[in-house]
Design a binder for this molecule. Structure first.
Ligand SMILES: Cc1cc2nc3c(=O)[nH]c(=O)nc-3n(C[C@H](O)[C@H](O)[C@H](O)COP(=O)(O)OP(=O)(O)OC[C@H]3O[C@@H](n4cnc5c(N)ncnc54)[C@H](O)[C@@H]3O)c2cc1C
Length: 338
């Protein structure tokens, strides 16, 4: 039997931006149904870095990614959103009255008046370095492409590879958890935030982190489980290092997935939007968060929150073209419930 749901806005993606969109929609008395391909809410924050602190959410000098997701879920409670988790959205069709039916891979149908795509990176595909036999050590045998739980690495000897934010952030964090951390980077300067690069340099000078620049991890060794890696300098000198885990952090390949086939205007693997209301080339379909693109786009949670607020105004006008909208603040009585 087909599972059928009716709502005002169908939000595709339960990442931070999709979740906050529920709040903004709720203030306008719009109901939301949220669909995510993953079995849990939180998007990248739950899937890739639940235990990483985030420092650039206004009002939170520091918040763990997992805690931010928990707070977002609390914040949207008054609006009683409904969820379909563990099902990927595949397609949609438009009905004669202008509403949409969104369909998932398992046949769930969501009838809605507007669609908000908050699909982030789409599916998570880590970029794997070209090292022979690397994949033999996946699945808990010593090679990890993301840090889900830092406790996995407690008291271990680690080699982290990469030059971006992830590699720097995790080097800093794991310096206090692991027995030994070596950061290997092929260049001499880092792509990640200058502040983080400076912190890593200080940790290196304090003897808490080993920094190996102008080098790559070229071989992995072990018998069923990883026990060593070879680090080769750009000069050709090579050194074998005993390790418990190797964490190559070279980012994620964005894959739009089925939404890429919807006929929306796409640029650089992202959905093009109008920054007035984050509408796409199809009236009634909006795109917010990491999945959209426009001049000056920044893939940051706080920018996605802003986009969610404006998107909901656009969705409201699309659903009620004749209703006048007036801006309402949250009040001392809290938020109006649905
Ligand atoms: C290691 C790391 C550290 C970061 N640190 C920070 C930081 O400190 N500060 C900051 O602001 N940003 C940071 N970011 C970036 C931040 O995580 C993203 O900007 C944010 O997650 C974007 O939120 P989103 O809701 O748009 O997308 P996502 O978090 O990617 O969530 C999108 C969701 O949509 C789902 N989805 C996609 N396609 C479909 C489909 N067809 N059907 C159903 N579901 C679908 C996915 O499964 C996913 O759960 C970091 C990113 C990484 C990788």
């Amino acid at each position: 039997m087909t599972n059928s749901i009716s709502t005002d806005i169908c939000i595709i993606g339960a990442g931070p931006v999709g979740l906050f969109a529920v709040f903004e929609a709720g203030l306008l008395k719009l109901r939301c149904h949220v669909v995510d391909a993953l079995p849990q809410v939180g998007g990248q924050l739950s899937e890739i870095y639940p235990k990483k602190p985030i420092y650039d959410i206004p009002g939170f000098p520091e918040v763990l990614a997992g805690d931010l997701v928990t707070n977002l879920m609390r914040q949207i409670e008054p609006f009683h959103p409904t969820f379909t988790l563990g099902e990927r959205v595949e397609g949609y069709h438009k009905l004669e009255d202008g509403s949409f039916v969104v369909t998932t891979i398992d046949g769930t149908e969501i009838n809605c008046k507007a669609i908000a795509i908050a699909g982030g990176l789409g599916s998570f595909e880590p970029r794997k370095p070209a090292i022979e036999s690397l994949t033999d050590f996946e699945g808990g045998k010593g090679v990890y492409y993301m840090v889900r739980d830092p406790e996995t690495f407690r008291d271990q000897r680690l080699v982290i590879a990469g030059g971006g934010d992830s590699a720097l952030d995790w080097t800093i964090f794991l310096a206090d958890v692991a027995k030994e951390v070596t950061l290997v980077h092929r260049g001499t300067t880092f792509r990640g935030a200058a502040d983080s690069a400076e912190k890593v340099q200080h940790l290196h000078e304090a003897g808490k982190v080993k920094l190996v620049l102008s080098s790559n991890v070229t071989h992995v060794h072990g018998n069923g489980r990883l026990n060593a890696v070879t680090i080769t300098a750009n000069s050709g000198d090579a050194e074998q290092l005993d390790v418990d885990s190797f964490i190559p952090l070279f980012g994620l390949t964005p894959k739009l997935g089925p939404i890429g086939e919807w006929g929306l205007e796409i640029e650089n693997d992202a959905v093009k939007v109008n920054t007035l209301d984050y509408s796409t080339s199809e009236p009634g379909i909006f795109a917010i968060g990491d999945i959209n693109t426009y001049p000056g786009k920044l893939k940051l949670i706080l920018c996605g929150f802003h986009e969610a607020a404006l998107m909901c105004q656009g969705a409201f006008k699309h659903i009620f073209p004749d209703k006048k909208y007036t801006l309402k603040y949250t009040t001392v009585n809290g938020v109006p419930t649905l």
